[in-house]
Design a protein around this ligand. Sequence first.
Ligand SMILES: Cc1cc2nc3c(=O)[nH]c(=O)nc-3n(C[C@H](O)[C@H](O)[C@H](O)COP(=O)(O)OP(=O)(O)OC[C@H]3O[C@@H](n4cnc5c(N)ncnc54)[C@H](O)[C@@H]3O)c2cc1C
Length: 323
Amino acid sequence: MSNVLVLIEFSPRGEIAASARGLLAAAATLGSPVAVVVSATPLADDDVARLGELGAAGIYSAVTAAAGTVLLAPAVDALSGAVDAYEPAAVLAANSVDGREAAARLAVRVGGSVLADVVHVHNGNGTVVAQHSVFGGAYTVESVVEGGLPILTIRQGAIEGQAPTVQAELKTVSLGSNAEGVVLIDGFHDDPAGSARPELRSAATVVSGGRGLGSSANFVLVEQLADTLGAAVGASRAAVDAGYVAQTAQVGQTGVSVSPQLYIALGISGAIQHRAGMQTSKTIVAINKDEDAPIFDVADFGIVGDIFTVVPQLIEAVKARSN
Ligand SMILES: Cc1cc2nc3c(=O)[nH]c(=O)nc-3n(C[C@H](O)[C@H](O)[C@H](O)COP(=O)(O)OP(=O)(O)OC[C@H]3O[C@@H](n4cnc5c(N)ncnc54)[C@H](O)[C@@H]3O)c2cc1C
């Protein structure tokens, strides 16, 4: 079976990023998943066990002092070392800022081609076939790489399920650090917009608010429902432009693309540019007082009503149920 490399990202707290599960699940449909990890110290036993649990048959652990001090170059060095070692049929990375850049740089280095923002993959008679959701989710298109290594960035949350658990075979290599032509990391600081809530791109549940909230004070209602459900907070561009919430929360064509298990849209009309960023969500719930709002065209469940009446009741009902 062909090897398929998966670039594993870590959260700022040092945990394996949530994107790893979907990436390894996608890799398992194409071949034998090999996790590529970059770290400053040898990989902890817990992380090895967790990656095996998520389906990594192999782990290429690249240890380098440059991890955490040099931006992205160590990941690209590790991936290209793993490409030499495993001769993979494909390389997968998250469609995150880091994942996209690592994919692009790797393609230049090894002569591959990038298929970006993939929502599904399958093996078509030995060829890696990627699916993309385009034009606001109105069309699904397939793409393949002709010649060269396919390097795919996968939309977080788009791939469901988990690869079967295996005993991961660990290969540890030490990477030299190339001090030329790299960007050094000066230091880390907390994202002021960050919070204890899950990260928007990879959250299992997203609650988004739109212009229907009416003010930044009212936007608290979105946050209250999100916190009741343990969800990330999203927003429409109109809500962002009106200053109800930071731009980092914007979902859509010019914001973040999300594919959570559950997406709840509050006071959002459902313009095509918003739908472009959330239409691949597994279950969509919309609450809007206009029964003709286009968001209802993509919603699995819709409530025609005033959010200021419905949402407090919803919060009470969820709390009562979780008690
Ligand atoms: C190039 C381009 C890129 C864009 N990119 C994005 C993008 O990335 N993301 C994005 O979201 N938009 C984007 N837009 C903007 C997009 O076209 C819409 O203008 C925007 O999505 C509308 O946001 P909204 O649904 O919150 O506001 P509106 O369209 O004003 O809708 C508000 C909704 O709230 C409902 N409502 C009002 N009060 C209540 C209440 N009390 N209870 C229940 N419902 C209520 C109304 O019925 C209405 O449906 C882009 C536009 C362009 C041209």
